[in-house]
Design a protein around this ligand. Structure first.
Ligand SMILES: [Zn+2]
Length: 176
């Protein structure tokens, strides 16, 4: 079933040079014989230091004042813990399209470009490979961590990221 098995992103998305790095990073979350990498460590490695809710369309990445990443949740529509969990995974996927050695991380590709779009035989827009990559990444990320753990982490900070227009430090995520 889709999203329930491990896939090799580099094979699925050969157009993205960073897909292989994403595969390695995903594998590093739970290496055999090692303790699972904590969620907070994962976020730090991808330079996500802030969550925000804003009245925006869609979920997105923004820069913090310090030049790290903030994941901005869409507060215009009804959210759920499951959708927040997926959104974090999706935005972590986007971080692979940035050079994290720079401050702020600089985009290596145009994240809003239509270059990665694909069309049906009549030329109608069907989707975007980059967004598909981030969705596939999110599925893999949830699989590696255990979807339930991430959903619980989102629920644990319900009062801070859900439904309030506030900024919080992901350090307040409680993994239980
Ligand atoms: Zn996206």
């Amino acid at each position: 079933m889709a999203g329930k098995e491990f896939v090799v992103l580099a094979e699925k998305f050969p157009m993205f040079s960073f897909a292989g790095e994403a595969d390695l990073w995903l594998a590093s979350i739970n290496l055999p014989g090692k303790k699972k990498k904590l969620l907070l460590v994962q976020l730090r490695e991808r330079r996500v230091t802030q969550f925000e809710t804003r009245k925006i369309i869609g979920v997105g990445l923004d820069y913090t004042a310090e030049g790290n990443f903030s994941i901005v949740f869409n507060d215009l529509k009804l959210r759920s813990f499951a959708s927040d969990a997926f959104a974090i995974g999706h935005e972590l996927g986007h971080t692979f399209g940035f050079d994290l050695t720079r401050t702020p991380p600089s985009p290596m590709i145009n994240h809003t470009s239509l270059d990665y779009s694909y069309y049906d035989e009549r030329g109608r827009w069907k989707g975007c490979h980059l967004e598909d990559f981030c969705n596939a990444f999110a599925g893999q990320w949830l699989l590696r961590n255990g979807r339930a753990l991430i959903v619980r982490a989102c629920r644990n900070q319900y009062s801070t990221i859900h439904g309030y227009n506030v900024t919080i430090d992901p350090c307040s995520i409680i993994e239980t």
